[in-house]
Design a protein around this ligand. Structure first.
Ligand code: AGP
Length: 610
């Protein structure tokens, strides 16, 4: 996610405040950086590709005087990482930094060009700068110009704006996008997309809400609503220390990322699902003519992404009626696979740099397959080598153990399955409407499920000394069992195995005794009775049963030693909901064991070697 910093003051160098603030946001991941500073006479913009040190070096060589400015670290969404695409973007008297995605930027860009405006970058942000500059040229003050310009935007934005037309202010706008925090100082004001950036200067913070604007000046911070009416909002005092502030007040990045899944899921759905029940996957051509040529879908991935791909198989086969196979990328690349131009290959990867997945992609592409990747990292190697990319919008995932990327991969594959089903007419209008309704309700249901955190922590306290765990699931819950086992073993170092519940009697049942906690995905669904008999088999051998069950299922108390009840959300998305408790269970067990949750031993965030 992009980093935003802004400053208006008198005693401090804007350059120092901006660079220092951006440095505190580096953990979020980025590919370029820039600042725009008003020195009393002109607005200077300086940008550099790569790490912040490149920008800092350039500024130390040619410092910018001035005490009003904005800064940005960019996580590429539109256009590759380059100086031309780095923020701030400038148009006339205006410079803008932005986080978010403007869905209608292409139409706006075309209109600006038709009006004779020269567009220099590939970004949606530059379009915003021109729209604001047009309003300033028409005589609006900067705040009004920003309100008038943003009224034309569809999508999410968090903006910082400066202009020579209003040299003593920074104007801010928010609608979705990243958080916007306004720092209130003595004779100075601050802007940041995350608290750590400005915590050294002030602890008095105002949190801007969606559809709100603000004007930062030396006199303070003024917040207005979409109609320009003043909004009274008292600053909050932030008591966090700088280190915990980077984690948003959470103890670990993994914990923060588990709790930001509602936002990540909401962003991944975005405006891809229309009110007309149409699904538009960023313009990827999945028309009936194109889709009818697909004889088979081949998903390839590693680790958590592989488990998300297993879910993708259920979704694509059951919703779109296309045969789907899933391969471990590390195996796929060596098994001389049968694949051709009639196949749709779907590599799934958070980092977009996993060596095995990239090799599998190249194998399939070489044999003529259409490659449509599900990826979280713009301009990554896998993204660049794919014919099409369906991006998850989870933002950078810092914790090595993947959480929000699993659930957003799930959502992306669900959207793909629905789109394929629409094109192949395998999805009735009623079923499509129900599926879209469930997707719309999903972020709130995930928020509700996250409230089970204390209950799950209590379960962790009962079982964190165990040395082995078994996770059982059937159907679309089977990959969730596999993912739950992976989360536990990779962060707590406890041996854990995920198994298809029906397979237990074919061997693993020999492991069951009073020392073996068994997590069973026991939500009510078509295989509920079968899962209940699995529970009985475990209990009959004194196994400890931790049941992930459905709200309203009281009968299960007699069959389990611990029950975590979650809300249902249809045949498929209930599996995504069930992922939340297994993520939290692994997290709490690991913290009780005192392991390094964010950087577990031996693990790397992106496995770029074989
Ligand atoms: C998951 O928690 C692990 N960190 C690991 O299995 C990861 O999912 C795997 O390495 C794939 O990474 P990718 O999604 O970046 O390709």
């Amino acid at each position: 996610m992009c980093g935003i910093v802004g400053y208006v003051g008198s005693d401090r160098s804007a350059q120092e405040v901006l660079i220092d603030g951006l440095r505190r946001l580096e953990y979020r991941g980025y590919d370029s950086a820039g600042v725009a500073i008003f020195d009393g006479k002109q607005l200077a913009v300086r940008r550099a590709v790569g790490k912040l040190v490149n920008l800092d070096t350039a500024l130390r060589e040619e410092p910018l005087a001035g005490s009003v400015g904005i800064g940005h670290t960019r996580w590429a969404t539109h256009g590759k990482p380059s100086e031309a695409n780095a923020h701030p973007h400038r148009a006339g008297s205006v410079a803008v930094v932005h986080n978010g995605i403007v869905e209608n930027y292409q139409a706006l860009r075309d209109a600006l060009k038709a009006e004779g405006r020269e567009i220099l970058s590939d970004t949606d942000t530059e379009v915003i700068a021109h729209l604001i500059d047009q309003r300033v040229e028409a005589g609006s003050d900067l705040l009004t110009a920003v309100r008038e310009a943003t009224a034309k935007l569809v999508g999410s934005y968090a903006l910082g704006v400066v202009s020579t037309a209003d040299p003593d202010s920074v104007v801010v706008a928010k609608n979705g996008g990243s958080p916007i925090i306004l720092g209130v100082g003595q004779g100075e004001s601050f802007l940041a997309s995350d608290i750590p950036a400005i915590l050294p200067y002030t602890r008095e913070m105002i949190f801007l809400e969606d559809a709100e604007f603000a004007v930062l000046s030396r006199e303070g911070v003024q917040v207005v609503d979409a109609q320009g009416h003043l909004v009274e909002r008292e600053p909050k005092r932030i008591a966090w220390d700088p280190v915990s502030a980077e984690k948003g007040g959470f103890d670990h990045f993994m914990q923060k990322e588990i709790f930001e899944q509602p936002r990540a899921i909401r962003d991944t759905i975005g405006t891809r699902v229309g009110d007309d029940l149409e699904i538009d996957l960023d313009g990827i051509d999945l028309s009936p003519d194109k889709v009818k040529k697909i004889e088979r879908v081949v998903l390839v991935a590693c680790g958590t992404a592989y488990y998300a791909s297993l879910i993708g198989k259920y979704l694509i086969e059951q919703i779109a009626g296309i045969p789907a196979e899933v391969d471990l990328a590390s195996e796929y690349r060596y098994r001389r696979p049968i694949i051709d131009q009639n196949c749709l290959m779907v590599p799934v990867s958070q980092s977009g740099e996993t060596a095995d997945t990239l090799a599998a992609l190249r194998e399939g592409k070489e044999r003529g397959a259409w490659v449509l990747s599900v990826c979280n990292t713009r301009e990554s190697t896998i993204a660049r080598e794919s014919h099409d990319v369906l991006y998850t919008r989870a933002g950078p995932e810092i914790g090595v153990a993947s959480t929000k990327c699993f659930t957003t991969q799930f959502v992306a594959l669900y959207l793909l399955a629905l789109k394929l089903g629409i094109s192949r007419k395998t999805l009735s209008g009623e079923k499509l409407e129900a599926a879209i309704d469930e997707l719309r309700r999903l972020p709130r249901i995930v928020e509700e499920t996250l409230q089970l955190d204390d209950q799950i922590k209590a379960v962790a306290q009962r079982y964190f000394r165990a040395t082995n765990f078994l996770f059982l699931g059937r159907g679309v819950m089977y990959p969730v069992a596999l993912e739950g086992a992976l989360k536990l073993k990779e962060i707590s170092y406890i041996h854990a195995e995920g198994y298809a519940a029906g397979e237990m009697k074919h061997g693993p049942i020999a492991l069951i005794d009073e020392n073996m906690p068994v997590v069973v995905m026991a939500n009510q669904g078509s295989v509920y009775e079968k899962v209940m008999s699995n529970l009985d088999q475990v209990r009959a051998r004194d196994g400890q049963v931790i049941a992930i069950a459905s709200v309203g299922d009281d009968a299960i108390d007699a069959k389990a030693d611990a029950v975590i009840r979650i809300p249902e959300l249809g045949d498929y998305l209930t599996a995504l909901i069930a992922t939340i408790p297994v993520q939290l269970l692994a997290y709490h067990i690991a913290t009780l064991k005192g392991t390094d949750v964010d950087q577990p031993r031996n693990l790397a965030k992106s496995v770029t070697v074989e």
